[in-house]
Design a protein around this ligand. Structure first.
Ligand SMILES: [Zn+2]
Length: 478
C-alpha cells in the first residue's frame, strides 16, 4: 500500500436514562419483566393517547449537557421522525431535530500523545423503540413493547476521533461521567449504552472528509474496536482498488468479524420530520439551569485528586478506585465506617479485583455492604483473626455478604493466641521434623520458616503468626 490513510470517526451514543418511568407515560422502565407488561396506550401508540413529558428526563439531559460543557437551548422542541417498523407502534419516533436541548460542547480524553478535546455536536432527548425477537421463532417474529418509550439521550460527537483507542477513551469518559451523574448505569451488555460508529477514511494530509458509513449493533467495547479496524480496512481496500465507498448503514457481525450492508443511509429529509403537535416546547429557565449546576456531584477527576490528597492513596490506586462509581461509593462508605482508608483501598484493590476477575464480573456487580467490610477490617485490627483467615472470610463477604463476626464465630475461625495450645503444637511439629531442627542449628534460617508454616497448617491457619514465630524461635534456641 503506497498511500497513507487517516481514519475519521464520529460517534452517536444512545444512553437510556435512569428514570423510574418512561419519557411520555407513567410505565415502569425496569429492565427485564414479562414481555408487554410495562405498557399503556401511550407507549403502545394507541390512537388518541397523549404524551406528557417526564421532567426528570430534561434534568438528566441538562446534567449531562452541562458536564459535557454544552450550550443549552433554553427553548427546545420535540419532533416526529416518521418511519414504519413493527417495534415502533406510533409509526414515528418522538425525537429532537431542529432544536435539541444541548449543543456545541466537548469532553477531554487522554490519548497516547496527550490530552485531546472531542467536540459534542449535540445532545437530544428521544424515546426508545420496542424490541423484536426473531431468533427462536421460525415462522414469526415477536415484539415486546416494554422498552417502547424508555427515555434516551443521543450524544452526537464531532468527527474528531482518529483511531479505536480514542474512541474507547471517549466512550469510557462518557460512561464515567454519566454514571457519576446517576443519569444512567451505562451497561453496554444490557443495551443501556449503545454506540453507532460513523467512519470514513481519507488520504493523510487532506482535509476533505471521505464518504462515511455508519455501523450499528455494537454492544461491547471489544466489538466497537474490532468493527473500527474491520471497516477501516474495508474502505481502504475499496479506495485502493479505485472503487467508491457508498454511504450506507452497515451491521457489524462480531462473530464473523465482518460487516454487511443493511440499507443505504437515510438523510434527515427521508423521515419527514415535523414538530410534534402533542407536546409543548420545553422552556428552560436560568434558575432551573442554576439548580441543576448546584446539584452536580463530584466528578471522577476531582474525586481521584481528592483521594490522593485526603487519604494519601497512590495515583494509580485512586484511578482504579474511582474507575466506577460503585467502587468509589464502596470505598468512601467503608472508610467513613472504619476510618482506615489504606486498609479499605487494599481490600478493594487486591482481593476484590482478584475475585471480580475470577468470577468474570465487573465492579457494577459488587453487592457486599460497606458495613461488613468495615467489620472485617476491625476484626483484623483487633487481632481477633489473622490475615490468612481474613481472606477466607472476605471471600464469603464478596459472595454472599456474610456478617464476618458471626461467620468467624460459627466456623470457629477466631485466632488462637492461647500460649499453652500454641506451644503444644510447636513442640509436636519440632518432634516430627528433626531434620529441619538440625538444619536450623547448622545455620539454615529457612528451616525455621518451614517449621512455622507447619505449625500454622496444624492449627488450620488460625494461629497468631507472631506468637508462633516467637515460640518456634524460643524452642529451637533452647
Ligand atoms: Zn406507557
Amino acid at each position: 500500500m503506497s498511500r497513507q490513510y487517516e481514519t475519521v470517526i464520529g460517534l452517536e451514543v444512545h444512553v437510556e436514562l435512569a428514570t423510574k418511568t418512561k419519557i411520555f407515560c407513567g410505565c415502569s422502565t425496569e429492565f427485564g419483566g414479562e414481555p408487554n407488561t410495562h405498557t399503556c396506550p401511550v407507549c403502545t401508540g394507541m390512537p388518541g393517547s397523549l404524551p406528557v413529558l417526564n421532567r426528570q428526563v430534561v434534568e438528566y439531559a441538562l446534567a449531562v449537557g452541562l458536564a459535557a460543557n454544552c450550550q443549552i437551548n433554553q427553548y427546545c422542541k420535540f419532533d416526529r421522525k416518521n418511519y414504519f417498523y413493527p417495534d415502533n407502534p406510533q409509526n414515528y419516533q418522538i425525537s429532537q431535530l431542529y432544536l435539541p436541548i444541548c449543543h456545541d460542547g466537548w469532553v477531554e480524553i487522554d490519548t497516547a500523545s496527550g490530552k485531546k478535546k472531542i467536540g459534542i455536536h449535540e445532545i437530544h432527548m428521544e424515546e426508545d423503540a420496542g424490541k423484536l425477537i426473531h431468533d427462536e421463532w421460525e415462522d414469526c417474529s415477536l415484539v415486546d413493547y416494554n422498552r417502547s418509550g424508555v427515555p434516551l439521550i443521543e450524544i452526537v460527537s464531532e468527527p474528531d476521533m482518529r483511531n479505536a483507542d480514542e474512541v474507547m477513551a471517549y466512550l469510557e469518559k462518557l460512561r464515567l461521567m454519566i454514571q457519576y451523574l446517576g443519569a444512567s448505569d451505562c451497561k453496554l451488555q444490557e443495551g443501556s449504552m449503545r454506540a453507532d460508529v460513523n467512519l470514513s477514511v481519507r488520504e493523510a494530509g487532506t482535509s476533505r472528509l471521505g464518504t462515511r458509513t455508519e455501523m450499528k449493533n455494537l454492544n461491547s467495547f471489544k466489538a466497537i474496536a474490532r468493527a473500527i479496524e474491520g471497516e477501516r480496512a474495508r474502505q481502504i481496500e475499496l479506495l485502493e482498488d479505485g472503487k467508491k465507498v457508498i454511504q450506507e448503514t452497515r451491521r457489524w457481525d462480531d462473530n464473523k468479524e465482518s460487516s454487511y450492508a443493511m440499507r443505504s443511509k437515510e438523510d434527515a429529509q427521508d423521515y419527514r420530520y415535523f414538530p410534534d403537535p402533542d407536546l409543548l416546547p420545553v422552556v428552560i429557565s436560568d434558575q432551573w439551569i442554576q439548580e441543576i449546576k448546584s446539584r452536580q456531584p463530584e466528578m471522577q477527576p476531582e474525586k481521584m485528586a481528592r483521594y490522593q490528597k485526603e487519604f494519601q492513596i497512590p495515583e494509580y490506586d485512586a484511578g482504579i478506585l474511582t474507575s466506577t462509581i460503585h467502587m468509589a461509593r464502596l470505598f468512601e462508605k467503608t472508610t467513613a465506617l472504619c476510618g482506615k482508608p489504606k486498609e479499605v483501598s487494599n481490600w478493594l484493590m487486591v482481593e476484590t479485583m482478584r475475585l471480580l476477575k475470577e468470577h468474570e464480573q465487573t465492579p457494577e456487580d459488587l453487592s457486599f455492604s460497606p458495613e461488613n467490610l468495615a467489620r472485617l477490617i476491625a476484626l483484623v485490627d483487633e487481632g481477633a483473626i489473622n490475615r490468612t483467615v481474613a481472606k477466607t472470610v472476605f471471600e464469603q463477604i464478596f459472595a454472599q455478604d456474610v456478617d464476618p463476626e458471626k461467620y468467624v464465630e460459627e466456623k470457629g475461625l477466631g485466632m488462637v493466641s492461647d500460649q499453652g495450645a500454641l506451644r503444644k503444637a510447636v513442640e509436636d511439629v519440632i518432634a516430627a521434623n528433626p531434620q529441619s531442627v538440625e538444619d536450623y542449628r547448622k545455620g539454615k534460617e529457612k528451616a525455621m520458616g518451614y517449621l512455622v508454616g507447619q505449625t500454622m497448617r496444624a492449627m488450620k491457619g488460625k494461629a497468631d503468626p507472631g506468637m508462633v514465630n516467637k515460640i518456634v524461635k524460643e524452642l529451637l534456641t533452647k
